[in-house]
Write a protein that binds this ligand. Sequence first.
Ligand code: B4P
Length: 187
Amino acid sequence: MRIVLLGAPGSGKGTQTDAIIARYGVATVATGDLLRAEVAAGTELGRRAKPYMDAGELAPFDIVLGMIENGLKTLAQTNPKGFMMDGFPRDLAQAEALDGLLTRIGQPLDIVLFFEVDYEEIVKRLLGRGRADDNEETIRNRLRVYEEKTAPLIDYYTRKGLLRQVKGTGSIEEISQRIQAALDAVA
Ligand code: B4P
């Protein structure tokens, strides 16, 4: 199965990935995790991405696309059960690039899961988490960037018939059950 997780920062995508991997055997690519690993390792790529991440802006297109191309080609060859993208695509240019890439490797998406959570709940969650980019000003900017650049993808994937909405509030277990129902329907 080939899955995209779509939702605002802090909507719980990362939190649900382990349960999805355990049940469906998909491999995962999380651009946020990949970028944080580059920053931690002090690479050139990490040095370029860090100011954007600290400000809650999207990292430059070429950096993210390069990471995705490498990760996805390897996964598509090594994992027959498919893959799940967490945090990518984040805007229309990334979505179109992903379509092109998946068409080239003959692995189109099966489903886009959209996590629906209101913004005040997200601010509360992220202030409680306390990662380096989880201060209130950066969180509010991440939400502005999400609204302007990422939210249009809800329409984009609805038009392609791929979007399934999942209510992202409630216990982690309840949300897992909703995700499972949506994924079982296309598995
Ligand atoms: P990400 O790493 O993708 O964002 P995130 O805030 O971790 O979101 P996620 O939805 O995974 O939240 P989580 O499960 O952890 O991005 C960080 C930055 O990287 C971006 O701002 C950007 O700069 C850069 N970036 C990433 N991808 C990019 C791309 N494609 N292009 C350009 N730039 C990119 O949940 C958050 C918190 O909520 C946790 O504390 C969790 O415990 C809690 N929580 C989860 N579910 C809950 C529930 N049901 N109830 C209560 N709390 C819950």
